[in-house]
Design a binder for this molecule. Structure first.
Ligand SMILES: Nc1ncnc2c1ncn2[C@@H]1O[C@H](COP(=O)(O)OP(=O)(O)OP(=O)(O)O)[C@@H](O)[C@H]1O
Ligand SMILES: [Mg+2]
Length: 313
């Protein structure tokens, strides 16, 4: 397979803090790759390194066949980047923002006009083209931002958390747009905090945690590694939590929240078994809830700590 991006042993530190701690990547051309991780995992840093905005301290990478360190110009010519924070100029209208991008890339006359109007149409922004982008909703601004990235028809598009903060409908619209891009042969490098998003879009997912890739594979590969559903019990005292943890080996406790996480499907059979065990030891739970796997579960199973701890440390 033709590789759009390869990286080996990428490192980056700030002071004595290793933000990227040996990242390896291998992304096929025309595929959607998702880098999944919580706040502070190093997603934006990875994007910044691969897009030549930031110099790595170590490691090598090729983007669109060009060496990042020896041919940064060629890399820049092949890629488009939609950063985590919208690059839209709020004083300009949607149309003017796109024209500005076209001018920056020296598109002329007919082509400039055609590209701008095509993108406005494609992103459903034609009706608001003459309105100042400061009046746009978050979803419209994100779409405009992505449209601006596509002015140059890049082969590889980097999208840093394209749907964070969007409502479910805008998120779906964005997913549709991303899928359409790959049907034109574009390679997508997408970061996200949402497992569902990676699952919906990506051909391959890498899970990033504290600057290290802790798992990599197709969405199905990752799901197989994921724990199943679990049941959460909340208690009123630490003594009750202690007794429950003893009665239910294999469970994970959270002393602060006074909760116990017990693997189990949440079906009537596993619930009845669980409640019987508690009953045998005369333990009362304050609350019982059933949870299906989410990003926290993936992280807990892959790294032994929850996403919130990754943020705190
Ligand atoms: N310029 C900088 N100086 C010092 N530390 C930095 C700098 N940029 C990033 N960091 C640190 O590097 C770590 C990774 O940051 P990064 O922005 O790559 O995370 P992220 O995965 O994109 O997070 P988020 O989901 O919040 O966007 C964080 O702990 C952050 O504080
Ligand atoms: Mg980020």
């Amino acid at each position: 397979m033709n590789m759009a991006i390869t990286a080996s042993g990428l490192r980056k530190s700030y002071g004595d803090k290793a933000v990227l701690d040996g990242v390896d990547l291998s992304i096929g051309a025309g595929t959607i790759f998702s880098l999944l991780g919580p706040n502070g995992a190093g997603k934006t840093t990875t994007v910044n390194v691969l897009t030549t905005l930031l110099k790595a301290d170590g490691g090598t990478a090729h983007v669109a066949g060009h060496d990042l360190t020896t041919a940064p110009e060629a890399v820049r010519a092949a890629i488009g980047v939609t950063g985590q924070f919208a690059a839209v100029d709020e004083l300009l209208t949607g149309e003017e923002n796109l024209q500005m991008m076209a001018d920056l890339h020296r598109l002329k006359g007919g082509e400039r006009k055609r590209v701008v109007s095509e993108l406005l149409e494609r992103f459903d922004l034609a009706g608001s083209a003459k309105k100042r982008s400061s009046t746009y909703s978050g979803g419209m601004r994100r779409k405009l931002d992505l449209a601006m990235t596509l002015v140059t028809r890049p082969q590889i598009v980097f999208l840093d958390e394209p749907t964070t903060g969007l409502d479910p409908r805008s998120r779906r619209t964005m997913w549709e747009i991303v899928r359409e891009l790959t049907s034109d042969g574009v390679t997508i490098f997408l970061t996200t905090q949402y497992l569902e998003e990676a699952d919906q879009l990506a051909d391959r997912i890498a899970v990033l945690d504290q600057g290290r890739i802790v798992a990599e594979g197709t969405p199905d590969d990752l799901k197989r590694q994921m724990p199943g559903s679990h049941i959460r019990l909340r208690f009123t005292t630490i003594d009750e939590l202690d007794s429950a943890a003893r009665a239910l080996p294999g469970s994970t406790r959270d002393d602060e929240a006074l909760t116990l996480r017990v693997p189990g499907s949440g079906g009537t059979k596993s619930l009845r078994l669980l409640l019987d065990r508690l009953g045998e030891s005369a333990i009362e739970a304050e609350e019982v809830s059933v949870h299906t796997p989410d990003l926290d579960d993936v992280f807990l199973s892959l790294t032994g700590h929850a996403t919130t701890e990754a943020t705190a440390s």
